[in-house]
Ligand binder design. Structure first.
Ligand code: 3HC
Length: 688
């Protein structure tokens, strides 16, 4: 839509809710408007602005790698704006991101109100500012500042944008009126083309310094490629622009870009629950009760207080109550010291916390989260009592990670109001919240849990009820393979380093040491009774028998002489060699690639089983659990994404080879993989 606010001004309004993404129809509209305005002798000046309170979130990410993207290519449109023979004014409010900011760079004059926020976040989705951004921003602002903005992808506000020279004028009032005033003045802003500004003299120095500071060995090449583009800036715009075009295309095709973009859309997709539409109204949550003031309870309390909720923590023991208050207070104070929050905000958060000795204090809360000890008898007592205390419309949640949620719900008179909220430790830091849907959980309770997850800054993902839910159930198979690799000849540090180099934040054996070897041992003992036909290697049990329960006691699979650093221990290597000999295995040399393959295939196979059973709604739900709760690198997209990247036929073939080998019983292929591979489908076809 082209509007002429006054007869000699052409106003171009980006109007493509919800974020005015620059998809093909929008690009067509802009180019048509620019060309018409240029051809119309009555028009003296052009204003570009966004509708709906924001400029634009940039290129339409859903168009990436489609033919659509190539039609009326965004960088060409941006060049066309810059080449316009009449002054083009950008009037910016709200978000001005990515390709949108690049468009603004090509305009001849830029004004913004104080709501404007600017970023080139392309690095976060594995690409680079490919609409001339790498060439124009370092010409317009200090190149070191430009590089930092592009490599971090961080957002700056209007005042900072003005300070660095990105914005020409800040408007403290009506942005559109001011834009029209400028566009209708006798003296129009001069046509200054950013692409024609000579390269700044300090450009080589900024490039060299940035290059030296880059972290080596990242999974995404975006930061290095951004530096290459900036290094290619010449007096003439064209050569640098050609480098940008080539490197943009290269990155767009990379696995890291596909993985990061899968994560971008995935985190939004998991919030949508099949079968729960807009007609289901979530309940309002303002005050939350937490039962249990231990490590988990206090972590949850901090997360909720930080989100502005009122919190009542019930802890029966006086000393534990004092400790809980102290832990919450210290954590919030640390945020003040780190300048993440102001003192007054911290005071408000602490004032919203109440500690109480008994469940009676929860009579009027909207939601209760039980975070006590994993013992069904204890939970029974708590849920039966809560059932008679809380309001009839309050939601009852359990943080259980191992118990049957339906059994817990059955302790109440109304199981429809019971849901699982499985936080990950430390609960104030980890982004994942597994929302467990019980057999009788009401749709509005589930919807409320998902809104609540977002409200407290978490990625909520729904899981059905099964042992370990989605994340831990898969992790168990992953660990099972890691143990087998240990007994066959791999050393712990090799397994951990191979997985970390591939793309997990912490290798599986270090995770065990951190979580406590005694916890893993207890689970293995339970499994030996429940699933005698699915035996674990006994190799790690030997460590537990020695009392080496991990980091908390200074020794586990590794040695922690300083209490923190995992140091390989020759005693453990001897122990493992002895174990292999004892079970008649000749230790062999195992490559990093084999380690990664075993561990990843275990996750893929169990993940596919979980999707096939309907425990996860879609493969993407499994992926978002692994990215947000298990340290899986975003660039890797998640186990289900990895299966599609390899191709399901290839995955299946590899699993079948393993199924024919030692411990082949652990490799029965998931029915979903077999079915989809036969039909030539991808798991992503299920990501509805
Ligand atoms: N393209 C396509 N869809 C987008 C989009 C984009 N650039 N940005 C957001 N959306 C979609 C989301 O997927 C979501 O869709 P849904 O409702 O169907 O799930 C909807 O818009 C609303 O988004 P959010 O839920 O994220 O809304 P918020 O208000 O929380 O956040 C935002 C808004 C800050 C704009 C956030 O969406 C965001 O950061 N978007 C991505 C910005 C970005 O990366 N831009 C660069 C694009 S790459 C580029 O421009 C290339 C160029 O250099 C050539």
């Amino acid at each position: 839509m082209m509007k002429s606010g006054s007869s000699d001004v052409c106003e171009i309004i980006l109007d493509n809710p919800p974020v005015n993404a620059l998809g093909l129809p929008v690009r067509r509209y802009i180019i048509a408007a620019i060309e018409a305005a240029e051809a119309d002798p009555a028009i003296r000046c052009i204003i570009i602005r966004g509708g709906g309170g924001l400029f634009t979130a940039g290129a339409d990410i859903a168009e990436f790698r489609t033919d659509q993207m190539q039609i009326l290519w965004l960088p060409d449109l941006v060049d066309r704006i810059e080449a316009c023979s009449k002054p083009v004014i950008a009037a910016i409010w709200g978000n001005c991101l990515g390709g949108g900011m690049e468009m603004v760079l090509a305009c001849h004059f830029r004004i913004a109100d104080t709501s404007a926020r600017f970023a080139l976040p392309e690095v976060k989705i594995g690409i680079l500012p490919g609409a001339g951004g790498t060439q124009r921003l370092p010409r317009l602002v200090d190149p070191a500042v430009a590089l930092e903005l592009m490599i971090s992808g961080r957002t700056i506000d209007a005042l900072r944008a003005h300070e660095i020279g990105l914005v020409d004028r800040i408007v403290d009032g009506d942005l559109v009126a001011e834009a029209f005033k400028i566009a209708s003045a006798d003296r129009l802003p001069p046509i200054r083309r950013t692409g024609s500004i000579p390269p700044p003299v300090n450009l080589p120095e900024a490039v060299a310094e940035t290059r030296a500071s880059l972290r080596k060995g990242g999974l995404s090449a975006s930061p290095e490629r951004i530096v290459e583009c900036v290094a290619a800036i010449e007096a003439d715009f064209a050569p640098g622009r050609a480098v940008e075009k080539r490197l943009f295309a290269e990155l767009m095709d990379s696995q890291a870009a596909r993985g990061l973009q899968h994560a971008f859309f995935g985190e939004r997709k998991v919030a949508r629950i099949p079968g729960i539409g807009a007609d289901i109204r979530p309940r309002s949550i303002k005050t939350v009760g937490i039962v249990g003031g231990g490590l988990m309870g206090t972590g949850i309390a901090i997360a909720l207080l930080n989100a502005g909720l009122d919190v009542i923590v019930v802890e029966t023991r006086g000393d534990a109550r004092d400790k809980a208050r102290d832990t919450v207070g210290r954590t919030i104070l640390r945020d003040v010291e780190k300048r993440r929050v102001s003192q007054s905000e911290a005071d408000a958060r602490l004032a919203a916390l109440t500690l109480a000795p008994s469940l009676e204090a929860l009579a009027d809360v909207d939601l209760v989260i039980e975070a006590v000890f994993e013992d069904l008898a204890v939970k029974k007592e708590i849920f039966t009592t809560l059932d008679s205390i809380v309001r009839f419309d309050a939601i009852l949640a359990s943080n259980t990670s191992t118990l049957d949620l339906d059994a817990i719900a059955a302790f109440t008179s109304d199981p429809s109001r019971v849901v699982g909220l499985h936080f990950f430790s430390p609960a104030n830091i980890m982004r994942l919240l597994e929302v467990v849907r019980g057999g009788r959980t009401a749709p509005d309770v589930l919807a409320t849990a998902m809104v609540f997850a977002r409200r407290i800054g978490k990625v909520g993902v729904v899981s059905g009820v099964c042992d370990g839910f989605i994340g831990n159930r898969m992790f168990e198979e992953y660990l099972r393979q890691a143990y087998f690799l240990l007994e066959e000849g791999a050393l712990p540090q090799q397994i951990d380093q191979a997985m970390e180099a591939w793309g997990v934040a912490m290798g599986p054996l270090r995770v065990l040491d951190l979580a406590g070897q005694d916890i893993g041992w207890a689970i293995r003992k339970r499994r030996a009774v429940e699933q005698p036909d699915r035996p674990y290697s006994g190799i790690v049990d030997r460590i537990c028998e020695m009392g080496r329960f991990g980091q908390k006691v200074g020794k586990g699979i590794y040695d922690y002489a300083d209490g923190r650093t995992a140091v390989p221990d020759p005693e453990i290597e001897r122990l493992f060699a002895g174990y292999s000999a004892e079970i008649g295995l000749e230790r062999r040399s195992i490559s990093d690639a084999e380690i990664v393959e075993h561990c990843l295939l275990a996750l893929i196979n169990e993940g596919a089983r979980i999707v096939g059973e309907g425990i996860a709604y879609r493969p993407v739900d499994v992926d978002m659990i692994y990215l947000n709760g298990y340290g899986f690198a975003r660039e890797r997209g998640g186990p289900m994404f990895q299966a599609d990247e390899q191709g399901l036929a290839t995955v299946l073939e590899k699993i079948r080879i393993l199924a024919a080998g030692r411990n082949g019983w652990a490799w029965e292929p998931a029915a979903l993989l077999v079915e989809f591979a036969a039909q030539g489908k991808r798991l992503a076809d299920l990501n509805i």
